[in-house]
Design a protein around this ligand. Sequence first.
Ligand code: DP6
Length: 328
Amino acid sequence: MSGKATCIATSNIAFVKYWGRIDEELRLPMNGSVSMNIDGALTTTTIAFDEALSEDSVTLQGHDLNPRQIERVTRQLDRVRERAGITLRARVETHNNFPMGAGVASSASGFAALTVAACAAAGLELSEKEMTILARQGSGSAARSIPAGFVAWHYGETSAASFAEQIAPPEHWDVRNLVAITQTTHKAVGSARGNQLVTTSPFNETRVVLAQRAFDVVCQAILDRDFTTLGEEAEREAVRLHVISMTSKPPIFYWQPATLRIIHAVQDWRQQGLECYFTIDAGANVQVLTLPQYAAQIETELAELDGVTRVIHNRVGHGAQLSDQHLF
Ligand code: DP6
């Protein structure tokens, strides 16, 4: 057992979304989802198991987590400890290079980095597939930040069946992702809660059928490098996610005025021949998908829109990787 380990993981953006679970405890999704890792949104986490500690100590950006967040991290560490056969408590320091809770999936990179670093620090060697299953139990979307590039996370009725795997490596296709940050304050309703409310929407069953169909179409579009199909499917799926949220009980409205402004701008740019599509996670930020030849112009115009405070330009990212640049 090496004692201390550091992992760097990227966030990911889903073309077909994870929104709703058939099993809360195991975090088994209602449908398969597909994403690409985004190389500019990184979490770095260092973990050391230490016999001097009586409880897990966890900081994010140098600050203590709140009790609910600590409990969630501890539960994930417990899964690793149980597999590794150890009882030692851990010191965990983690750093994100992007704003949290505003639509860039910080739990994806966060739980991917936590899981990989904890396994390495505990001396637990898992296959990539097993690592995705373990990361999934911490946060669903984290399963997709373990493999590199374009990733599918499978629907499955058992824990073993619902794993994530690479569809294609980052070099396969230079898709660009422009995150338009419109709000940096923490959103009112976290995705963990939004995920639990889906069955209260009368449209959920329809969405699950359409999302599972989109899963196959999007996997094939990635293999074929068919950007129009990928983009059109991603837009439809993002709108479906928000239809479910807006019609759940209680309803959740993630969109802000700037969200709609960007949606309309994307439609205008497309009319002008700049091929791009929008997608939106559980927040107000819009992420624009485009190709290299259009990316610079769209990035400039996006940054000028009213309400956009920052644009992060991402390429397809690597998978979760160990590093020897420890945070402590
Ligand atoms: C809207 O993975 O954050 O980003 O499993 O409760 O941690 P938990 O949920 P989380 O949900 C992310 C949902 C989404 C869509 C997606 O990334 O697929």
